[in-house]
Design a binder for this molecule. Sequence first.
Ligand SMILES: N=c1c2ncn([C@@H]3O[C@H](COP(=O)(O)OP(=O)(O)OP(=O)(O)O)[C@@H](O)[C@H]3O)c2ncn1[C@@H]1O[C@H](COP(=O)(O)O)[C@@H](O)[C@H]1O
Length: 107
Amino acid sequence: MADFSLAELESIIHQRAHSGDPDSWTAKLFAKGMDKAAQKLGEEAVETVIAAIRADKKALVSESADLVYHWLVVLGMAGVPLDDVLKELEARTGRSGIAEKASRPKG
Ligand SMILES: N=c1c2ncn([C@@H]3O[C@H](COP(=O)(O)OP(=O)(O)OP(=O)(O)O)[C@@H](O)[C@H]3O)c2ncn1[C@@H]1O[C@H](COP(=O)(O)O)[C@@H](O)[C@H]1O
């Protein structure tokens, strides 16, 4: 099991986003804005699909890492916390109160 979490990567991205470090890819993406970040996310998604179709496990791991990193950049840029996505996934399992609340009639 890796000693690393998506929450840690989200935190690193948050720190690097406005670091002003000219060597930081994260800072470059944040400076370029959502169009560029979303484009990179799409490219990494396509590269992940290609790796999967080729049954190239090594490439699938590498492209998945690129994909998840760029996905977190896009979430960060949009101001959507990773936790919101995790809560949505949790609700879909039926484990959390969110699913119950969402399906409850208003009023
Ligand atoms: N996980 C990543 C990560 N995955 C991919 N990338 C970068 O994403 C970029 C784009 O990937 P591509 O394969 O498309 O590379 P490219 O062909 O050179 O890109 P373009 O020609 O399209 O510009 C590359 O420069 C990769 O280095 C990442 N950059 C950063 N991180 C994480 O973010 C942290 C902070 O990084 P910096 O912001 O660079 O300090 C790092 O320590 C890592 O933990």
